[in-house]
Design a protein around this ligand. Structure first.
Ligand SMILES: Nc1ncnc2c1ncn2[C@@H]1O[C@H](COP(=O)(O)OP(=O)(O)O)[C@@H](O)[C@H]1O
Ligand SMILES: [Mg+2]
Length: 315
């Protein structure tokens, strides 16, 4: 993808912070993005929707918005809808693809409908039959809220008797809760750039967390998680996982950029977990890591993303 000339980007607003549970990560991502744009000579400004009003955004004379928000009100189609109405082109997916990807249950419905490989699951409703769920999915299994990120509210359930508590915990984040078949094996993540036919994957990252437990602590706090990019997967498997990520992105109608989380089972078969439509952009984040392996610097990545900002009504 072409790195645009910084001056052609006009007046840029970087949206960061926001109201979601991932506010802190977003503040880190957004300030780095802002700094990178400014260091390249872009007329870039920060904007925190949790602290500033949309009227300020509307009256700011911005030519484009770079979204560095995560989770609710940032990644779920709401801010995208506001930017559509304000006619400010923005980075990443449109309203529909953002909302779909934010919901892990709807995402799986779309993927399964398209024949893409995603683990079997059951939506848990209050009063669910724990025995039937455990019998269908096997143990251990994963319980997680349909709409949250950063592993918040997620539990690995090893015994049927723990299912109710796991459901209650997930419900604190979102009362749409899914139980999902546990995939035992390597954890991968795959950035995708572009849109439709031009969508393409960056190098796969393989993640090795302590005891295979890639939770909030191991994602953002601890230093024991190891990331491999190049992934070390055999070339054919790397390619297969990249193709699956691109298809999963296209089926959801994603645009601009995204990052598919994938697990490999013991037979090396890839399973799609979720699509992130506004991935982290700190210097330790995964998309910048993969871009670097593809020869794209952090600054160039930020310029490419800013250059891809668009209005995506209907998308
Ligand atoms: N079905 C599953 N089998 C095994 N591990 C899982 C499964 N679902 C989630 N996980 C683990 O939990 C982490 C977070 O789950 P994910 O679905 O990516 O949601 P989010 O990142 O939005 O919290 C994954 O990176 C993986 O380590
Ligand atoms: Mg994830």
């Amino acid at each position: 993808m072409q790195r645009p000339e910084p001056k052609t980007l006009g007046k840029v607003v970087v949206l960061y912070g926001g109201h979601s549970a991932e506010r802190e990560v977003s503040l880190k991502s957004g300030s780095m993005v802002l700094k990178a744009l400014q260091s390249c000579g872009v007329d870039a400004h920060g904007f925190d929707p949790a602290r500033q009003s949309l009227a300020e955004l509307a009256g700011g004379g911005f030519d484009r918005a770079v979204i560095s928000l995560h989770g609710r009100f940032g990644e779920d189609g709401t801010i995208q809808g506001a930017l559509e109405l304000l006619r400010i082109p923005y980075t990443g997916s449109g309203v529909k693809a953002s909302a779909l990807s934010m919901d892990k249950i709807l995402t799986k419905v779309v993927w399964r409908n398209a024949g893409l490989n995603t683990p079997d699951y059951v939506q848990l409703q209050p009063g669910f039959d724990a025995q039937a769920v455990a019998a269908r999915l096997g143990l251990p299994l994963i319980v997680k809220p349909a709409q949250e990120g950063s592993t918040l509210g997620l539990t690995k359930v090893s015994e049927e008797a723990e299912l109710q508590a796991a459901f209650d915990k997930a419900c604190k984040y979102d009362c749409q809760v899914l139980a999902e078949k546990f995939i035992q094996g390597a954890e991968l993540t795959v950035p995708v750039l572009g849109e439709g036919d031009t969508a393409h994957a960056l190098p796969v990252i393989r993640i090795q967390a302590p005891q295979g437990n890639y939770d909030y602590h191991n994602k953002y706090i601890g230093n024991d998680t190891q990331y491999f990019c190049p992934s070390g997967l055999p070339e054919a498997l790397e390619h297969e996982v990249q193709q699956l990520a691109v298809q999963s992105y296209r089926q959801l109608g994603c645009a601009g950029w995204g990052r598919a989380d994938v697990m490999l089972d013991e037979a090396q078969r890839p399973w799609l977990l979720e699509m992130n439509t506004s991935p982290g952009m700190t210097d330790h984040s995964l998309v910048p890591m993969s871009a670097r392996a593809a020869g794209i610097s952090y600054e160039d990545l930020v310029l490419i993303l800013a250059g891809s900002a668009a209005l995506r009504a209907g998308g």
